[in-house]
Design a protein around this ligand. Sequence first.
Ligand code: DAT
Ligand code: MG
Length: 150
Amino acid sequence: MERTLIIVKPEGVQRGLVGHVLARFEAKGFKIAGLKLIHMSRELAERHYAEHQGKPFYEGLVAHITSSPVVVAVLEGPGVVATTRLLIGPTKPAEAPAGTVRGDLGLDVGLNIIHGSDGDASAQREIALFFTPAEVLAYPRAVDRWIASA
Ligand code: DAT
Ligand code: MG
């Protein structure tokens, strides 16, 4: 089954939005396959954001994501990578439509509430950065037959 990684960033945790944000993905029908609260090390942040190294915002991005705890989750379901990105909205909250996480909850690109993997390859890479295989759980949900055919 397809999986993706989301991170509720420090501003989301500090503002008390963890439950609200996770509830949107749960309500959509995605299954939580992994979940934890962590304070990211600089090394982990650098590995996670390696593609942005050298960009003007890189240092601020790493400093911010390591500034206080974040919630990381593995979400599972059909089309979860692309649909999660749709529900999250564009990178800049000012340009994000109402109804998206960033459109509804954010103002600043540096405080855009949430990270979501941008493709299957990055999802696999990012899940492996934050979770051991044993921490990603496979379990049936009775509700699945009401959400999507297997
Ligand atoms: P996304 O998080 O939508 O995948 P991205 O991968 O291009 O966006 O950038 C990663 C994060 O870096 C983004 O969530 C916020 C920050 N960022 C991106 N562009 C920025 C900019 N122009 N100024 C400040 N921060 C930026
Ligand atoms: Mg990205």
